[in-house]
Design a protein around this ligand. Structure first.
Ligand code: CUA
Length: 354
């Protein structure tokens, strides 16, 4: 730079970099779909934070780069730098301005959060329980309906009450912009109003053990009428069986139950598209049942059922006990358990003569 006014160029380049940085930051699609009423407010909040952050970043980098260039040591110059006592006026400025910026942003964030967390009329409570490595859900207002699948009616405010059976998990639905830790011993709460029909991932966002990365399920947001009929079907399946949900096809019913129950998070099963690694593969389940169950006097069906309700009784070589939850005997109805056992043996090598 041959200009005698380098500061002019530093300021000009900084302004250009700021403008480009803001445009790029706003053009990047940071978030998934906006599936709750909170999403637009939160996304706007993030946009404001980005817009404020870019000029601060550019200012800091410009001062740093300019200083490195302007005050670099010249060849042959071995003098020490000039002793500096400080600059009180400058220090007051660079403490006061950031304080004001942070205070304003904190206030803005508080207003947005307070609005999102305000109690809504006609809330539906859903109790969420985290467990290595699956989520389960209870609808207290629907006679305590307990499910392994999260289904919500669109446009109805939901008040989640979150617990854990074991370690800390983190209940996260990115499309809702909703996230809360599940902490042993306390109940955390979070409110959300789903505003867009669709299926969205439910993710565990806290490292919780070997199956953490597979602790993913799906929330389905459906029209109110569909929700009511889903509730009816869930209640019916409590009584008779899990097969009716899939038009009477036992394979489809078993596959859906397998995925809804979260088995897919920890096991490989080609038929269900599951590739969890925390537990043994179930693709050759019939052979394993023969090998491990027969010596104990169990038929393949008895072995599979036993392995679901009492997973620590017989543990496949190379896997550890106490990984799989031990309460599937309570969570599944006898009919659902039967559907699952039949399905697993059918697709696990037992249904085609092997
Ligand atoms: Cu549960 Cu990570």
């Amino acid at each position: 730079m041959r200009s005698r006014r380098p500061l002019f160029w530093v300021v000009l380049l900084s302004v250009i970099a700021t403008a480009i940085g803001i445009v790029v930051a706003l053009l990047i699609d940071w978030f998934p779909s906006q599936a709750s009423t909170a999403a637009t407010d939160i996304d706007t909040l993030y946009d404001v934070l980005l817009i404020v952050s870019v000029p601060i970043f550019v200012l800091v980098m410009a001062v740093a780069i300019y200083s490195v260039w302007a005050f670099r040591v010249r060849p042959g110059d071995t003098r020490d730098g000039a002793p500096i006592h400080g600059n009180t006026k400058l220090e007051i400025i660079w403490v006061t301005i950031p304080f004001i910026i942070v205070a304003v942003l904190a206030g803005y964030g508080w207003v947005v959060l307070d609005d999102i967390e305000a109690k809504k009329a006609d809330e539906m409570v859903v109790e969420v329980t985290g467990q290595q490595f699956a989520w389960s859900f209870v609808y207290p207002e629907l006679e305590g309906l307990q499910t392994n699948e999260l289904v919500l009616p669109v446009d109805r405010p939901v008040h989640f009450k979150i617990n854990t059976e074991d370690v800390i998990h983190d209940f996260w639905v990115p499309d809702f912009r909703l996230k809360s830790d599940a902490v042993p011993g306390i109940t955390t709460t979070v409110r959300v109003t789903p505003s867009r029909i669709g299926a969205y991932p439910v993710v565990c966002a806290e490292l919780c053990g070997i199956g953490h990365s597979t602790m993913r399920q799906t929330v389905r947001v459906v029209p109110a009428a569909d929700f009511d009929s889903w509730v009816e079907r869930q209640r019916a399946s409590r009584v008779d069986g899990g097969v009716d949900d899939a038009g009477g096809d036992p394979i489809a019913a078993g596959r859906q139950l397998f995925n809804d129950t979260g088995c897919n998070a920890c096991h490989v099963l080609a038929d269900a598209g599951a590739n969890g690694a925390a537990g043994p593969s179930l693709d050759d389940l019939a052979a394993v049942a023969e090998r491990l169950g027969r010596p104990e006097g169990l038929t393949p069906a008895e072995y599979v059922e036993n392995s679901i309700v009492d997973p620590n009784a017989i543990v496949v070589e190379g896997y550890q006990p106490d990984i799989m939850p031990t309460d599937y005997g309570d969570r599944l109805t006898p009919a659902q358990l039967q559907t699952l056992v039949d399905y697993l043996l059918e697709v696990g090598g037992g249904g085609n003569g092997q």
